[in-house]
Design a protein around this ligand. Structure first.
Ligand SMILES: Cc1cc2nc3c(=O)[nH]c(=O)nc-3n(C[C@H](O)[C@H](O)[C@H](O)COP(=O)(O)O)c2cc1C
Length: 207
């Protein structure tokens, strides 16, 4: 159905080791794999990135900027994972996103997952991230998953004690893969071609 194999990447917005965010992103990616997607974990700990200074020259002396951009640009869908930091998503993740833009995210399906130390979870962090996804022109899916009190629910191997959290994380990955497959299907491409050939403003002449 799709014109090329679907690739979903998961970006881990925590540099900590061990990271519950990383564990959550891995589970979401497993969900994407269940839908037949190839997956890749992008662990920002493994990238030496500068702060985005708006110059557009951040890649000078930092080849990992180009590596990150290329890896995300190659994906059909993206899962962003963040810890809750002071009621929002992490600066590490924001900086990585600021080093990229429409080239990497425009028209892509995006899913959001988060973890928190506290009981309230990451609702605000994920809502903030949703706005950023919109500004990057990504299609942010309505499903999202959060694990509050992550220290209590994950074990050392990344397994969750609560099947409901596990299911929700997997569902985010499954939905990202499902919509990425749909968006990249030959049938949808054909439909979009027809759409683009349509009159710019049907019935609107002379008004
Ligand atoms: C700077 C900072 C701010 C944090 N703020 C919050 C917060 O507002 N609410 C909360 O529930 N947890 C907060 N936490 C706890 C983290 O969400 C928690 O430790 C989480 O597991 C970190 O993700 P990680 O395991 O992937 O590094 C904060 C942690 C740090 C380091």
């Amino acid at each position: 159905m799709a014109s090329s194999p679907i690739l979903i990447v998961g970006i881990v917005g925590s540099l900590r080791e061990p990271s519950y965010t990383r564990m959550a992103v891995c589970i979401a990616l497993a969900g994407a794999a269940e839908r037949g997607a190839a997956t890749k974990l992008i662990d920002l700990r493994e990238y030496r990135l500068p702060f985005c200074d708006g110059s557009g020259k951040e890649d000078v002396g930092f080849p990992d900027v180009l590596r990150l951009r290329e890896e995300v640009a190659a994906a059909h869908g993206v899962i962003l994972g963040t810890p809750d930091y002071h009621g929002s998503f992490s600066g590490v993740l924001k900086n990585a996103l600021d080093l990229m833009g429409f080239n990497e995210f425009g028209g892509k399906v995006m899913g959001l997952v988060g973890v928190a130390g506290g009981a309230l979870g990451t609702v605000n962090a994920l809502n903030d991230l949703r706005k950023v996804g919109r500004s990057l022109h990504a299609w942010v899916i309505p499903q999202q998953a959060a694990v509050p009190q992550a220290w209590k629910h994950f074990d050392d191997t990344g397994r969750l004690d609560d099947p409901e959290y596990e299911t929700r994380l997997r569902e985010v990955g499954q939905e990202v893969a499902r919509f990425a497959t749909l968006l990249n299907s030959d049938e949808v491409r054909h439909f979009l071609d027809l759409w683009e050939q349509a009159m710019p403003n049907p019935g609107g002449e002379g008004r």
